[in-house]
Design a protein around this ligand. Structure first.
Ligand SMILES: Cc1cc2nc3c(=O)[nH]c(=O)nc-3n(C[C@H](O)[C@H](O)[C@H](O)COP(=O)(O)O)c2cc1C
Length: 340
């Protein structure tokens, strides 16, 4: 493929989600292949000292790249961790000939620009069981298990561990300093989490047990009610997100990449079905709460990603446009090598 074709694929692939929108990737393309490398300059040493969540993010990018290539008529072969001497070389995608794209290939690739993390409350409408079954089947086919958190004792345990993790994080100055470094107020920022992509934490807006990561530090305590909010207003409708836990039997880099690919695929599938999602990974940041989750939910294997899924609330007149997180330009993340 030519340089401009790779640039298009990489522009789509880099729409992938990443922890704190760190975009911890570097890409190199040749006419016949694309290499994915972890960019350690964008690490999160406090939140993610092993790089697990950043490798998952790179796995999501890998899946988006494969989806974009499939829709453009390219078969691919993916090798995970192809270089034993360089663990940061996470994957190589080789072009494997022309293949007529299926309708599903087109549907999934079309979902790439539509997908965004939506942290706002969802509609009080249940996620269809057949969609959850499909997500479970498709994750399973890529070596990743998906467990909907449905039993009330599992929900109580998970909600407890998330709030315990949030509490630990809010009490850790190093965690807070790192979070603040990735928070953005400039709407043109090319990375980081835009402040207006994070709901205010107003309890009159959200009736849910599921605690969204507190990005704007301390806002929950300082702003129990939004200025001008009516304290006598009726309580909001209770959202009914489906909460799903993704995990793997092992817990090494290859497992993290597989989890990231499965995450990328799941997000495209739910977007294509008109749903939105937001990760809730606080309880998995910390070894203590991650291990307790394994025990409390009797998991065989390692939890990698917790997500809430649901239907977005329709925009009302006067609502601000939803914030879209920025991306670094392709030229900053992709190097093209014409020969070899
Ligand atoms: C591994 C991983 C963990 C994440 N954890 C959280 C989280 O705990 N809370 C949250 O609100 N968003 C979380 N996110 C979402 C990112 O913040 C989001 O993908 C990023 O800001 C880019 O925005 P976008 O998904 O709208 O493109 C996570 C994403 C990834 C890939």
């Amino acid at each position: 493929m030519e340089e401009q074709d790779w640039a298009q694929v990489v522009a789509a692939a880099t729409r992938a989600p990443s922890i704190h929108n760190t975009q911890p990737w570097r890409l190199a393309a040749w006419p016949d292949r694309l290499e994915l490398h972890l960019d350690r300059d964008r690490a999160l040493p406090v939140l993610d000292p092993t790089g697990r969540q950043q490798v998952i993010s790179c796995g999501a990018l890998l899946e988006f790249a494969v989806a974009a290539l499939a829709a453009a008529g390219h078969g691919t072969e993916v090798a995970l961790l192809p270089d034993a001497g360089d663990v940061d070389h996470l994957a190589t995608v080789r072009l494997a000939g022309a293949v007529e794209p299926t309708d599903d290939d087109r549907v999934l690739a079309a979902a790439i620009p539509e997908r965004h993390t939506v942290r706002a409350p969802f509609e009080p409408r249940a996620v269809p069981g057949d969609l959850l079954d499909r997500l479970q089947r498709e994750a399973g086919a890529s070596g990743v298990w998906l467990k909907p958190i449905t039993r009330s004792e599992e929900e109580v345990a998970t909600v407890f561990l998330i709030s315990r993790a949030e509490e630990m994080e809010q009490g850790d100055p190093a965690y807070l300093a790192e979070l603040e470094r990735w928070l953005r107020t400039d709407p043109a920022a090319q990375d980081g989490v835009p402040v207006n992509a994070v709901p205010s934490g107003d309890p009159h807006e959200r009736a849910s047990n599921w605690l969204i990561r507190d990005f704007v530090v301390g806002q929950r305590e300082q702003q129990p009610f939004r200025a001008g909010g009516d304290p006598d207003a009726p309580p909001p409708a209770v959202e009914r997100p489906a909460v799903v836990l993704m995990g793997t039997d092992g817990d090494d880099r290859a497992d993290w990449l597989r989890a990231g690919r499965a995450l990328g695929h799941l997000l495209l599938r739910v977007t294509a079905a008109g749903l939105v999602a937001s990760p809730l990974t606080q309880a998995l940041d910390w070894p203590a709460t991650r291990v307790r989750m394994q025990a409390r939910l009797s998991l065989v294997g390692h939890p990698q990603m917790l997500l809430r899924l649901g239907y977005p609330r329709p925009a009302e007149p006067g609502d601000p446009a939803p914030a879209v997180s920025g991306r670094r330009p392709v030229r900053d993340v992709l190097r093209f090598e014409p020969a070899g």
